[in-house]
Design a protein. Structure first.
Length: 141
């Protein structure tokens, strides 16, 4: 079954929703978790090219990942974290492939047609650019 599950986090209520649903699956399979947040602000998108200092947002994102990972570690899960920079869908696919994840578990907001047209859909973009199975849950409003 699954051995390495990527969970993209966005520092919102949907994070707890996806983690709540993935916990039993991870306990059953013994999979290792990789928590990922993609910082996509101006500094994050230009960090390497312009050799910028880490922004306050990036520092907060890293601290958030470590906090969530700490709770999961305390509950006996095997967890790693990664803060990626840039375009979220592209980075999710890249990190999942680089780490040889065999499942990507994501929670969606449940936008309707117009919401997806105006805001795009990270889940749709990830689905179009990877062959790794996706577990997609619609978060409660």
């Amino acid at each position: 079954m699954y051995q390495h599950i990527l969970i993209p986090l966005e520092n919102s209520a949907t994070d707890e929703f996806i983690l709540e649903h993935v916990r039993p699956l991870v306990r059953m399979t013994g999979a290792k978790l990789l928590l990922l947040h993609v910082a996509d602000g101006w500094v994050a998108r230009n960090f390497n090219q312009l050799k910028l200092a880490e922004s306050e947002e990036m520092k907060e994102d890293r601290a958030y990942l470590e906090t969530v990972a700490g709770r999961l570690l305390d509950d006996g899960f095997c967890v790693e974290t990664e803060l990626a920079l840039g375009n979220p869908p592209a980075e999710i696919v890249k990190v999942a492939e680089d780490h040889r994840c065999d499942l990507i578990a994501m929670a969606g907001h449940g936008h309707r047609l117009f919401g997806d047209l105006f805001h795009g859909s990270t889940i749709t973009e990830v689905g179009h650019h990877t062959s790794i199975p996706l577990l997609v849950l619609r978060a409660k409003k």
